[in-house]
Design a protein around this ligand. Structure first.
Ligand code: FMN
Length: 401
């Protein structure tokens, strides 16, 4: 993540999930309500299961902040798992009740989960619970808390992110890569967080039908970042390329099986004459581009256009009607277990995509601007934007720094 490093810890039914975000400058004021608002967005949405009615996520900061201002030390963000009080006997870090441990023991791996693969890696096949607790997407609450912080750093320089659901279970709201204007239509309170809230009844029907059938759905989420200056990332080495760093961050989200930048999927089917973005002289010596098929990145470096991404989410792997599996304790074929689970999580996914984008981009911005005191980062922003002013102007003229 460039200059930022993120570690997360915590199990789904343990006491809390925690993020440690390292590499922030000192002197950055943070807004707690904005972090909690992002956590609430992660819990929102049609098709979520009973867990979201139990949890009311709130961030607790236990390091790196004083009086609401960063200290330049690792920022430690925790979110309590309210459900832990129902799981203390099985999940307490120090003392567990063997009867409770036995009651929640799992020996039949659910297809589509880390149950088997993770247990094979950690030699825990006699109790898959040890793996599935950590593999749970509850961990994304920690990513979202850290992502909300990264977004506040980006916001200081007028860099903003929009996102929304483009497809649910094959029902398409918007084909192809999204743009800034389209995602401006997203109502974050709408049930499926699409850019066309008026069409969501049709999508709710699709989710309801899957729910009634004991089945699950996936979907496609899009995001656009506006205000990034050209020159973030690097063309010089594979692991410094920003396109690769973004792809890794997006595909690391549980359930994401593919990611695209710009019209990456569509241009693979077109001739070059219809795939790239020509340059034309713009006003006052700037460069103008009539299209943004590249989606804001060329050669692994931002080019000053909107950064456009999409992420493809597979259907939730825990089906109420189950899937064929094998009980590793008996060797017998069984149907996979169902525990309170979502029918689809796509409506909560946009804020997770935004979080991963914010973390990668804030890390890249800090890498380019330098400085460990916020005044020095601001000075770096002024130097950069001054140097490139001939080709690029911030979208937000109020952008600080
Ligand atoms: C926000 C969110 C919520 C999720 N909720 C569930 C769920 O309730 N039940 C489930 O089986 N999988 C859920 N998943 C997906 C699993 O965490 C994921 O499929 C599993 O960990 C295996 O990882 P993989 O799909 O990336 O291979 C959710 C994913 C996200 C992003």
């Amino acid at each position: 993540m460039g200059r930022l490093r993120l570690l997360t810890g915590g199990e789904s039914h343990g006491p809390a999930v925690t993020a440690i975000l390292e590499g922030l400058p000192a002197g950055l004021p943070l807004d707690r309500a904005a972090i909690d608002a992002w956590l609430a967005r992660r819990q929102h949405g049609y098709g979520r299961g009973g867990r979201q009615r139990i949890e009311r996520d709130r961030v607790v900061v236990t390091g790196g902040l004083r009086g609401g201002v960063t200290l330049g030390s690792p920022l430690v963000l925790s979110i309590a798992n309210r459900d832990f009080e129902n799981w203390t006997g099985a999940m307490d870090p120090w003392t567990v009740d063997p009867g409770e441990v036995e009651r929640v023991r799992r020996t039949a791996p659910r297809p589509g989960h880390a149950d088997f693969s993770g247990a094979a890696a950690l030699d825990r096949v006699e109790d898959l619970r040890d793996v599935l607790e950590r593999a749970s997407a509850r961990e994304t609450a920690a990513r979202v808390a850290a992502g909300a912080v990264a977004a506040q750093l980006l916001g200081r320089y007028g860099i903003a992110i929009r996102s929304g659901v483009l497809e649910v279970g094959g029902a398409v709201v918007s084909e192809g890569p999204p743009d800034w204007e389209l995602l401006g239509g997203v109502d974050p309170e709408s049930p499926l967080v699409t850019p066309r809230p008026a069409e969501e009844e049709r999508l709710k029907e699709v989710v309801r039908a899957a729910q009634d059938a004991g089945d699950t759905l996936g979907g496609v989420v899009g995001a656009v970042v506006r205000g990034l200056p050209p020159g973030l990332g690097s063309h010089t080495h594979w692991d410094r390329r920003l396109d690769g760093r973004i792809a890794q961050a997006l595909v690391s989200i549980p359930s994401v099986k593919a990611a695209a930048i710009g019209a990456g999927i569509e241009t693979a089917r077109r001739p070059g004459s219809e795939a790239h973005d020509p340059f034309f002289p713009g006003p006052a010596g700037t460069l103008g581009r009539p299209t943004n098929r590249a989606g804001g990145l060329e050669g692994g470096v931002t080019n000053g256009e909107d950064l456009v991404v999409r992420a493809w989410f597979k259907p939730i792997a825990t089906l109420r009607r189950g899937l064929p599996t094998v009980d590793l304790a008996s060797g017998e074929p069984v149907v996979s277990a169902w525990e309170r689970s979502d029918t689809t999580a796509v409506a909560s996914a946009p804020v997770i995509v935004e979080s991963m984008m914010a973390l990668v981009l804030a890390g890249a911005l800090l890498e380019t601007l330098g400085g460990w005191a916020i005044a020095d980062v601001d000075a770096g922003w002024r130097t950069l934007t001054g140097r490139i002013a001939r080709w690029w102007r911030p979208a937000d003229p109020e952008a600080r720094g």
